[in-house]
Design a protein around this ligand. Structure first.
Ligand code: GDP
Ligand code: MG
Length: 671
């Protein structure tokens, strides 16, 4: 017999941290609301018969945001045996608001009272026994971050699973609202049973005016009228509208409960500290300059100060390995073409990409520090005003931020946006946020042409992407995506010391992804490129790749790029293989130029590009359509091929235009 357990709670209450504790998995934890979009499953350690599902964070069981829909559908339709409701003890009033709604589902429940370490540190206390008695539910104080109380929680979970008892206590309603809920419960009782909804929950939702519930339960007009009538009476009696009436009722109960159970001497240390830091970091005027300053610092550290020596080190290592392999192959008298395939194809292609690993890991080290400390949530807050100007809201910042890592999860994260207009616009604009796969391209060109200004060039590239996104936003706002974005409400999490585990995990995930890509896609692409550049149409090995199959194919497209300054078949081929994965641009160029080290590559590159045309090439690579994986994700989320193709065409078009501008204007100024 297998049991299904649901883990539900507010955003940023520590659900994923607890999920990882209980299941031993390594899901991404971020001090940032909205990180978990999809539900994740895992078996509880040493209880392989219990499957735990980490649900997206929500504040209420209304059907408005996609997180709410996912979580609500899960608890209503999948019949979990038990709900583990995680409650952030430093924010207990707001968290209990969801608890009260979950209790109405009449599913057995255990409350995990999280972040008790912070409560204790601030000298506050919570009478757990009293809380448990008043709610009629087991309440277990824990600290998921510090791995405290997990054993107790497991005991309580086990007990509740073995002898399930649904929460009985539901008498937190009173007065007119109480009467309305019970009256409606009578009307819909039979329908609710047929549909498998708990009556009490369904009745409350109908009082709130929940449309999906209305559609499911009130099929005849008569019932609908009766319910409307009951609600109108209630509204008249309480003097507020239906949603506010219910919220009032719940908060009145919670206030009383907290008066009995919570002793609060002061705000927690973290809260006080957060307020002080926020006065500076979310400053009306200084906020954005500070953010840009921090990013510049990160780029300089990543690409010049720390990254460059590490990269050279790795490059030398790869060079040594390649040389070793080459002399081994020579001594073993391996045939020329196989040697060339291994050395000029695989080693050159995969090796050139691999050497950028330290840069990527470093960049993500810094970014996860920013995210985990809670700073990124502030940036979203500061950016809201700016994003609003281009017709988006701060909510779109989350996917865009993820876009700096990879466009695929970023495009998926747009699901959290509630308005269709905001979502489509964000899907089109997110690929302009320069993803980490493009880093090796920037690195390669910067090393060759601007070795002493790495950090600055990087910053300029990222800013270019953002700028084009802003301009596109303005354009869309006044043309195809007219209208206003939905208001953005995000709670700012307290600043916290980033946890080393989660930062390391984040870096490891990035490194793993990168290595995986290098040895799969980049590997195969390098083989194919080597093949196409080594043979002519009659499958003779060519002495010079200028007469190869690839050269003749590439020269068809190359003239298209002449106005951008790089009419070279190698550059255009690299851009096309870049569609499989952006790192392929680097591996392709190094296979095609036959360079065996980055230093050599740099000198060959100056035969393809001038410094100016290298900038125009970079501009094109930042902006042109994303790789196939991201394209497929966009197709999925936009819902149709033609929209995805249109988006890609727009992206490639603006890339061409921007690169053209850079090159042609640059020529005027340089001459
Ligand atoms: P979710 O959004 O509910 O999945 O929350 P996460 O698991 O991503 O955690 C949000 C933040 O709270 C992260 O920065 C965690 O490191 C932090 N956190 C989680 N549990 C605890 C805890 O028990 N104590 C403290 N101090 N921080 C915690
Ligand atoms: Mg989470």
């Amino acid at each position: 017999m297998d049991y299904l357990l649901a883990l539900a709670g507010n955003q940023n209450s520590g659900k994923t941290t607890l999920f990882n504790c209980l299941t031993g998995s390594n899901q991404h934890v971020g001090n940032f609301p909205g990180v978990t979009v999809e539900k994740k499953e895992g078996c509880i350690l040493r209880h392989s018969d219990m499957t735990l599902v980490d649900l997206p964070g929500i504040y209420s069981l209304s059907p408005y945001t996609s997180e709410e829909v996912v979580t609500r559908d899960f608890v209503l339709k999948e019949n979990p045996r038990l709900i583990i409701n995680i409650v952030d003890a430093t924010n207990i009033e707001r968290n209990l608001y969801l608890t009260l709604q979950l209790m109405e589902l009449s599913i057995p429940m255990v409350i995990a009272l999280n972040m008790m370490d912070e409560v204790r540190a601030s000298g506050n206390s919570i009478d757990v026994g009293e809380l448990s008695r008043q709610l009629g539910l087991p309440v277990i104080p824990i600290s998921a971050g510090k791995n405290e109380g997990i054993a107790d929680l497991l005991d309580a979970v086990e007990k509740a699973v073995k002898a399930p008892a649904p929460p009985r206590k539901l008498d937190f309603c009173s007065g007119a609202v109480h009467r309305a809920i019970h009256a409606i419960a009578h009307v819909i009782e039979d329908h609710a049973r047929e549909e498998g909804y708990p009556t009490r929950f369904a009745a409350t939702k109908l009082v709130e005016g929940d449309e999906p519930m209305m559609a499911a339960l009130c099929r005849d007009e008569g019932d609908r009228q009766i319910i409307l009538h009951i609600v109108e009476e209630m509204e008249e009696e309480t003097g507020t509208d239906r949603e506010a009436a219910l919220a009032d009722m719940r908060y009145t109960y919670i206030e009383q409960l907290c008066r009995d159970c919570v002793t609060r001497r002061q705000e927690t240390r973290e809260q006080i500290r957060s307020e002080q830091i926020d006065r500076l970091l979310t400053h009306r005027i200084l906020g954005i300059p500070i953010f840009l300053g921090i990013m510049l610092l990160i780029f300089v550290l990543t690409f010049s100060v720390i990254g460059a020596p590490l990269q050279t080190l790795l490059e030398n290592g790869i060079q040594l390995l390649t040389d070793g392999l080459e002399s081994l192959l020579e001594r073993a008298e391996v045939s020329f073409w196989l040697r060339s395939l291994l050395i000029d194809g695989v080693c050159a292609g995969v090796g050139s990409v691999l050497s950028f690993l330290p840069l990527i890991v470093l960049l993500f080290f810094f970014l996860s520090l920013l995210e985990d400390s809670g700073y990124m949530a502030r940036v979203a807050f500061v950016m809201d005003k700016l994003l609003r100007k281009i017709g988006l809201s701060g909510r779109s910042f989350v996917p865009m931020l993820i876009g700096f890592g990879c466009s695929v999860p970023a495009i998926m994260a747009t699901r959290t946006l509630s308005s269709d207009r905001d979502r489509k616009m964000t899907i089109v604009l997110t690929p302009f946020m320069s993803c980490s796969a493009k880093l090796p391209i920037y690195g390669m060109i910067t090393l060759a042409f601007f070795p002493r200004h790495g950090g600055l060039v990087m910053m300029a590239l990222y800013v270019t992407g953002i700028l084009v996104a802003v301009l596109s936003g303005l354009l869309f706002k006044s043309t195809i995506f007219k209208g206003d974005s939905v208001p953005f409400v995000m709670e700012l999490p307290a600043y916290r010391m980033p946890s080393p585990r989660s930062v390391l995990l984040h870096m490891w995930e990035k490194a793993k992804d990168f290595l995986h890509k290098a040895f799969t896609i980049i590997f195969v692409a390098s083989l194919i490129i080597w093949f196409l550049q080594s043979f002519d149409w009659r499958f003779n090995l060519v002495p010079d790749n200028a007469s190869s199959i690839l050269a003749s194919l590439g020269s068809w497209i190359a003239p298209l790029f002449a106005p951008l300054g790089f009419n070279d078949w190698r550059a255009s081929t690299a851009l096309i293989t870049g569609l499989t994965a952006k790192e392929s641009v680097v591996s392709t160029l190094s296979v095609l130029t036959g360079a065996s080290s980055d230093a050599q590559l740099s000198s060959v590159l100056s035969g393809i590009f001038t410094p100016l045309s290298s900038i125009s090439f970079l501009t094109f690579t930042i902006l042109y359509m994303p790789c196939v994986a991201a394209f497929a994700a966009a197709k999925r989320e936009l819902g149709s091929w033609w929209q995805a193709v249109l988006a890609a065409a727009y992206q490639t078009g603006s890339a061409y235009l921007a690169a053209l501008l850079v090159y042609q204007l640059g020529r005027i100024f340089i001459h």
